[in-house]
Design a protein around this ligand. Structure first.
Ligand SMILES: *Cc1c(COP(=O)(O)O)cnc(C)c1O
Length: 227
């Protein structure tokens, strides 16, 4: 399959998974994760009508943002505070807010641009020491602190469960994330009518959709294997 066929294939699978879960397919947005893939491929995807692109690394993102015309960018990777000023002007959402100091920097930089950044709080559900994300216990505290910052808006949660062969093994993690998002919603800590749930990748996005994902982040199934 070429890129266009893979896009149509993923879109069809999203639809099937949504309908099976009793959800409107347009509730689910596909974030095409382009890390390591060249700007030409991203442009091709945009030209096929798919505009929402996710990037993990600041340098790579900046280089592609210069070359690609017509994309909407989401930043989904670990973000150092000193790189925030380089990305805030060019991204529509940051999925990977995992500490207050980062949210404060995003807020300050956005205020200077007279803009408000939609953010997601990244949650570490697998509890692997090396991975980023706050613990489930810390989610409410961080969301409360973010709600006092004028330049950011908490829209929901993001997680990257521990890698597993079987997509079904992600299900309890996805369910856990949804429950945490419901708590935020109940406490009025999410500014939109629905809390966004950024969860599910190539391996397990259908399971994520059945557990309520609103943003799925798909790389290899769309662009091909990473070198
Ligand atoms: C790479 C990456 C993805 C996409 O993973 P695939 O398995 O290629 O679909 C999604 N989310 C994050 C945070 C990533 O780094």
């Amino acid at each position: 399959m070429d890129l266009r066929e893979r896009l149509r294939d993923i879109q069809a699978r999203i639809k099937v998974a949504a309908i099976a879960a009793g959800r409107p397919p347009d509730e689910i947005q596909l974030v095409a994760v382009a890390k390591t893939f060249p700007a030409e491929m991203v442009q091709q995807l945009v030209d096929e009508g798919h505009h929402l692109i996710g990037e993990n690394y600041v340098q790579e993102f900046l280089s592609k943002a210069e070359q690609v015309y017509g994309a909407t960018w989401h930043f989904i990777g670990h973000l150092q505070s000193n790189k925030v000023k380089k990305v805030v002007g060019q991204v529509a959402m940051i999925h990977s807010v995992d500490r207050l100091s980062l949210a404060e920097e995003i807020s300050a930089r956005c205020m200077a641009l007279q803009k408000v950044m939609p953010i997601l709080i990244e949650v570490n559900l697998g509890s692997e020491i090396s991975k980023s994300g706050v613990t489930p216990e810390e989610v409410v505290t961080l969301a409360q602190a973010c709600s006092r910052l004028p330049g950011v808006q908490v829209r929901g949660l993001m997680a990257l469960p521990p890698p597993a062969e079987d997509p079904e093994s992600s299900r309890p993690h996805f369910r856990h994330l949804r429950q945490l998002a419901e708590v935020l919603k109940e406490q009025g800590l999410v500014t939109t009518p629905v809390a966004e749930l950024s969860m599910g990748m190539s391996q397990d996005f259908e399971v994520a959709i059945s557990e309520g994902a609103t943003l799925i982040r798909v790389g290899t199934s769309l662009f091909g294997p990473r070198g």
